[in-house]
Structure formats: structure tokens, C-alpha cells
Design a protein around this ligand. Structure first.
Ligand SMILES: O=C(O)CCC(=O)C(=O)O
Ligand SMILES: [Fe+2]
Length: 469
């Protein structure tokens, strides 16, 4: 969309106006007819935690509205905004060596199958994309190649996940025809927008699909996230990473305002790591109408969003790749040397974000359990029915409310004797019982009470109120 040509509609909210204020605009360069130049952006209102940290270390002071969060045992200063509870900023959380390590990982190991990437839907699983870019290979459809190439596809993949495309030295497509045009790996690497670690996110359905093949989150990343999540965790609680999304940003990319709502328990933080070129992060409020706070994200900064901050719109309207603002000189100096030039070339004009999550709401399995909460003896026909469907557990009393509530919440808010006859259906996630639970009551004497109770106690992710009678 061109500057100034957007419909008034899109400018309606405060969040959208802030995005427009900070996004990259290219205008014709007065000195050269062909080239475009970037129009200057007023950055005077952008909070810079790098300089807040410096002045805090010098004088112990923080600017109005920002305070240092005391977190015993955490060895980095953490800052918070007075009016955005649940948001934590850890400036320079990673050393430059750590940043280099994670940049390598995000480009080499993280996009490897079975992890899905933004390229998987088009090309199938792609193995060793970064290596291929480094050695100037091209991606070619497997049918268009002979036996030699087939050999390469047996790279540890089973037949189900055999790549449709593979990398080849060949770039001459004269004999292949237009439909099989090779695509340079370096171009694909630039097109890589995201990869997912741990439980795989299915963007078409906007949920995590536990049935997709996946590995656990790499142990070192898990450890880092646990260590960094501490300021946002209640004391004694540990962050348990289950999935991570890696975002790759090129010079004119942006991430529009959004909420991350695919996790069942919003009290758990999202741990978000910034690598590479500096960016502007917008932290809005619970409505798009709330004025967002703009702040810089530098390479090595970590942000935590937990509790109320999980309900705040946020986004990244701008990546700086120009020498004046990108702030990657130190990083680039660590990537000097022949073996590193590909990393250096990439990160000079890119930003990478790794965000790590817990309590993923899984796609529903097909296990359907009818649950009956009763205060009287269970009618024999119903008991027999349940028994026949093979859902009665050993011990026989699962469907007693006491048992159910203990199983999922460890507490019992009211006595079974005060329950009316409740008859409902529970649909359970097969992977992780307490985290994902959906219930629709088909009959209930006090369905609203029951619903509130389940929502509160059992972390029900979704209730279809229309089904309540
Ligand atoms: O890139 C960032 O810093 C934020 C990423 C983010 O909000 C997301 O992936 O949901
Ligand atoms: Fe997000």
C-alpha cells in the first residue's frame, strides 16, 4: 500500500495510528530519479531501555512511569511500566556471544524438519536451507531430477516426509522447462518468515496441532527461557516451555498489532528474545484504542509478557537496517571471518525474534467423554452406557464430581450432595489433561454455576454457551 493512500478506516484506532507513525516509508530520492529514500521518522517518543539501563546504573534513577523490578536472585536489571502490569523488559539480557549463538541456531538448526516453516506449505520439508544458501545451491523439484538427486533425498527422511524439492548444484534449467525453474537457496532464505519449535503451530487453523510430528524445544533454549522467565513467575513456580515461534524480519517487514491467544493459561509469560537489527515494539492496551507505548528492541534484549500484559495488543511496526539506527556493529564484528560471512550478510539487514510459550491449547482430540455429575445413584441405563463406551476408569468412580474436580483442579468448591443432576459432555485433549478442556452441558439444573466453576477451576479454554439449557 502506498503512503497516504490507505483508507481512512485503517487509521481509526490509536494502535494503527502509532503503526503508521513508525513504519518505514520510502519516498523518491531528490538526488537520484531511480532510488528511493527513507523518509525520516520522529523517534523522540520511543522509550530506549538501553539508555534507561545506563542512567540507572549511573544514578539509580528511572524515568517517570518506569520502575526497576526487584527480583531477588535474578542477575540482570528488569524494568516495568507502572501502567502495564505483567510486562517486563530485560535490556541486554544476552551477551554478544550468546546472541551470535542463537542467531546461528535460528538459521541452521531451528528451520530443520520436522519443524515447520513458512516455506513448508509450498515446498514440503526443506533440509539444510542455510548450508544450501552458503554453498549457492538451488531448490529443484525432485521429479525433474535423475537417480543421483534421488539419492540426496534419503537424508534421514522417511518416505512420508520425503521432500518434494531438494537442493542441487545445478542452476541450469535449460532442459527442465519453465515449470521446474530452480530457486536459489539464498532467495528462499530471505523469504523465510517463521519457523516453529516444539509443538507445531498450524497457521491455517490458527492452533497448535499435537498430531504434527515435532521435537521437544532444544534443551539449551528451554533452559534460557526458564532462567529469563523468573521475574514473571510466581515464587517457586517454574516456566515450562512447550513451543516457540521464530520470526524472521527483513528490512521492510513488520508485524501488525495482535494478541497471542493460543495459550490456555495467560498467567504464564511469553519469553521474547530479540536478535539482530534494532526494531520498534508497540505495547498497546486491552483495546486498540489505547495509545501504545513505543520502545526500541535491541539485539540481546528480552521481553516478558504475562498476566494482564497478555491481553495487550502489541506489534513491531519497524525494523532498522540502516547504518545509523540498526545498531549491529558489535554483532557484525563477532561474525567476521570466512566461515561467518553468510551469517553476517544475513543479520546485517535482518532481525530475528524467538518467542517461547507454555500451556499451549492443543487441537481437540477425538476422545469424547460424557461426564455425569450426580447427587443420586446413577441410573443403571446410563451407567451401563458409559461402561460400554469404555470410558469408566478403574476404581469405577471417575464420574463422581469429587473425582472429576480433584483430578483437574485438586479442590472441591461445593459438595456433591448440593449438586443437581448434571449431564454433560467433556471433550479432553489427549496430550495434556488439565490444560485443555472444553465442556458443553446438554442438561443442567444450574448450568451457569457449573460453567463458572469449571472455567475458574479447570482452566476451560472454551465453552459454547448456546448449548446450555
Ligand atoms: O518480534 C517481536 O518482538 C514480537 C513477536 C510477537 O509478538 C509474536 O510473534 O507474537
Ligand atoms: Fe505476539
Amino acid at each position: 500500500m502506498m503512503y497516504g493512500a490507505e483508507p481512512a478506516d485503517s487509521e481509526r484506532t490509536a494502535f494503527r495510528r502509532a503503526e503508521k507513525r513508525y513504519k518505514l516509508y520510502k519516498t523518491p530520492n531528490p538526488k537520484s530519479r531511480k532510488k528511493l529514500t527513507h523518509s525520516p521518522t520522529d523517534l523522540s517518543d520511543v522509550v530506549d531501555f538501553q539508555s534507561i539501563l545506563e542512567s540507572f546504573e549511573r544514578s539509580g534513577d528511572t524515568p517517570p512511569g518506569v520502575y526497576r523490578f526487584q527480583c531477588p536472585g535474578f542477575n540482570r536489571p528488569v524494568f516495568c511500566f507502572a501502567d502495564r502490569p505483567g510486562f517486563y523488559f530485560i535490556p541486554s539480557a544476552l551477551t554478544v556471544e550468546e546472541q551470535c549463538h542463537w542467531i546461528r541456531e535460528t538459521l541452521t538448526t531451528f528451520p530443520q524438519p520436522p519443524n515447520r516453516t513458512s516455506l513448508t506449505a509450498i515446498y514440503g520439508p526443506i533440509v539444510d536451507l542455510f548450508d544450501a544458501a552458503q554453498s549457492q545451491k538451488s531448490l529443484i523439484e525432485t521429479q525433474s531430477l535423475g537417480a543421483d538427486a534421488e539419492h540426496e533425498t534419503s537424508n534421514g527422511e522417511n518416505s512420508l516426509h520425503t521432500p518434494k524439492y531438494i537442493f542441487s548444484e545445478a542452476t541450469d534449467n535449460a532442459h527442465m522447462g519453465e515449470s521446474c525453474k530452480p530457486i536459489a537457496a539464498s532467495i528462499l532464505l530471505r523469504k523465510l518468515r517463521w519457523s516453529t519449535l516444539g509443538l507445531q503451530f498450524d497457521w491455517s487453523k490458527r492452533n497448535y496441532d499435537a498430531s504434527l510430528p515435532h521435537n521437544k524445544i532444544p534443551a539449551a533454549l528451554c533452559l534460557l527461557a526458564k532462567r529469563m522467565a523468573v521475574p514473571a513467575m510466581s515464587s517457586g513456580e517454574e516456566f515450562l516451555p512447550e513451543a516457540a515461534i521464530v520470526n524472521y524480519f527483513g528490512p521492510s517487514d513488520m508485524l501488525g498489532g495482535h494478541l497471542d491467544d493460543m495459550e490456555a493459561d495467560w498467567s504464564k509469560p511469553i519469553v521474547s528474545i530479540s536478535l539482530g537489527c534494532k526494531a520498534i515494539f508497540l505495547l498497546g492496551g486491552k483495546s486498540r484504542e489505547d495509545n501504545p507505548i513505543a520502545m526500541f528492541l535491541h539485539s540481546g534484549d528480552i521481553v516478558l509478557m504475562a498476566g494482564q500484559a497478555r491481553e495487550c495488543f502489541h506489534g513491531v511496526p519497524r525494523i532498522f537496517t540502516d547504518d545509523e539506527h540498526a545498531d549491529v556493529a558489535t554483532l557484525l564484528s563477532h561474525f567476521s571471518g570466512k566461515d561467518n560471512c553468510c551469517f553476517m550478510d544475513y543479520i546485517r539487514y535482518s532481525r530475528i525474534n524467538i518467542n517461547i510459550r507454555q500451556e499451549i491449547r492443543r487441537a481437540w482430540s477425538r476422545i469424547l467423554i460424557r461426564v455425569i455429575l450426580w447427587s443420586k445413584p446413577l441410573p443403571a441405563s446410563l451407567a451401563g452406557d458409559l461402561h460400554a463406551s469404555g470410558i469408566e476408569p478403574s476404581g469405577g468412580h471417575l464420574l463422581h464430581p469429587l473425582h472429576l474436580l480433584h483430578l483437574f483442579s485438586g479442590s472441591l468448591p461445593h459438595q456433591p450432595s448440593s449438586c443437581k443432576l448434571f449431564f454433560g459432555q467433556l471433550q479432553l485433549s489427549s496430550c495434556q489433561l488439565p490444560h485443555s478442556l472444553s465442556i458443553s452441558l446438554v442438561y443442567s439444573g444450574k448450568s451457569d454455576l457449573f460453567c463458572t466453576l469449571l472455567l475458574k477451576r479447570l482452566r476451560i479454554s472454551h465453552v459454547a454457551p448456546s448449548l446450555f439449557v
